[in-house]
Design a protein around this ligand. Structure first.
Ligand SMILES: NC(=O)c1ccc[n+]([C@@H]2O[C@H](COP(=O)([O-])OP(=O)(O)OC[C@H]3O[C@@H](n4cnc5c(N)ncnc54)[C@H](O)[C@@H]3O)[C@@H](O)[C@H]2O)c1
Ligand SMILES: [Zn+2]
Length: 359
């Protein structure tokens, strides 16, 4: 796990440093001459106080709670004021320490402050470590829509220390595992089968978890280097997300993102078996692992009309009255599909949400 990984991007190559290299790299940043502006999850700053002490001792530290409202545009004037009052210049470095919320906030600021300032990322959630840390995207909310504003702005370096995982809540671990399962499903049925047979070991054996974090990044690396701006092949990473985002919106974000995505993958498999090319057999094969990962949320009420309203508004849709999703094909591989939001589609969604999921 100590070898690094290099990702190619439109802004040049950037490295993912693991464990000791990550800790050494962060220490070097804290001790270096380049002025830093640290944006840190306040919970992480508290739980990992000792480890982060050198970074947090710097003159510019912004501690934020990891809430969706804190990555909403309305909050940004205060962040800009903080950076301006701490003397930000173009040659300074923003350092994000936290999960996806801190990542999105910092990345958006880095992209727009002074027309672009470098940023570095120390991901502390499993979701951020195994998935979102690479791929360049930032997405922030406005009062009326989630993730509606964004940029493609890779960090300069990622400092990935798996020791941060030790303090995560069980639900945040399963949220990250949801994205890891997604990436393996994208890689194909054999890859999914492999992680499915190791599923329970992920939670008890740190080296098994590390192997799959690394595998997920390797699989994603292939796609983002090929299609950084998400115009074609990378679209497949939206598997589980059209349904997952609509579930999140309809439940007022009561379900963690990666768990909503896990339900969304199960739903995509089911809906495809009803109205697409997917098979019932494929749906049944993935189901036990997906259901295990959303255990505790299977009966969470998802009101149908708000769900449908959200799915019809999904930003990936191209035509009115139709829904664009990633669905399994007959051979279990995934592909983009557009389907009319007709009675068949609605009835498949409704029976999944009302009967199948809770069965
Ligand atoms: N930019 C992208 O590519 C991308 C991709 C996926 C998701 N996202 C966004 O990321 C957000 C979700 O991110 P997330 O799931 O990584 O987490 P998060 O930032 O929402 O944090 C989840 C919880 O974990 C806590 N936490 C973080 N690190 C911890 C640690 N080491 N120990 C204990 N608690 C810790 C946080 O305080 C918070 O309570 C959403 O806003 C989503 O839209 C962005
Ligand atoms: Zn996701």
């Amino acid at each position: 796990m100590s070898d690094g990984m290099t990702i190619q991007s439109h802004k040049g190559a950037y490295d993912v440093l693991f464990d000791k290299a990550a800790r050494d790299g962060l220490a070097a940043l804290a001790a270096g001459d380049r002025p830093l502006h640290v944006i840190v999850d306040e919970r992480v700053a508290d739980l990992h106080r000792d480890k982060l002490a050198p970074l947090l001792a710097g003159p510019s530290v912004l501690k934020l709670a990891a809430t969706e409202s804190n990555k909403s545009l309305e909050k940004f004037p205060a962040y800009v004021d903080h950076l301006v009052s701490h003397g930000i210049r173009r040659d300074h470095l923003l350092v994000a320490v936290g999960g996806g919320i801190i990542q999105d906030t910092t990345c958006f600021l880095a992209a727009t402050m002074l027309r672009g300032v470098d940023w570095a990322f120390c991901p502390t959630t499993l979701l951020a470590q195994a998935d979102s840390c690479i791929g360049s995207k930032s997405s922030i909310n406005s009062a009326s829509a989630k993730n509606i504003l964004g940029t493609f702005t890779p960090p300069r370096t990622i400092y990935l220390d798996v020791a941060f995982q030790e303090t995560l809540d069980g639900r945040d671990v399963r949220s990250g595992v949801g994205e890891i399962l997604k990436v393996h499903a994208i890689d194909g049925p054999d890859s999914f089968q492999r992680i499915a047979s190791d599923y329970h070991r992920l939670f008890t054996e740190a080296d098994v978890m590390l192997r799959y974090v690394r595998a997920a990044l390797e699989i994603k690396k292939g796609y983002i280097e090929d299609d950084e701006f998400d115009r074609g092949p990378r679209n497949i990473f939206n598997y589980g997300h059209t349904f997952g985002h609509a579930i999140e919106a309809a439940t007022d974000f009561g379900i963690p993102h990666g768990i909503a995505v896990t339900i969304g993958m199960d739903m995509a498999n089911y809906v495809s078996s009803r109205i697409g090319d997917g098979t019932e057999d494929h749906f049944r094969r993935l189901r036990p692992t997906l259901a295990a990962n959303y255990a505790g949320y299977q009966a969470y009420p998802v009101p149908f009309e708000p769900f449908l309203g959200a799915i019809l508004k999904d930003k990936k849709n191209t035509g009115a009255g139709s829904v664009t999703m990633i669905l399994p094909k007959a051979d279990g591989h995934l592909a983009k599909a557009t389907h009319a939001a007709d009675d068949d589609f609605k009835s498949a969604c409704r029976s999944f949400l009302e009967d199948v999921r809770a069965a």
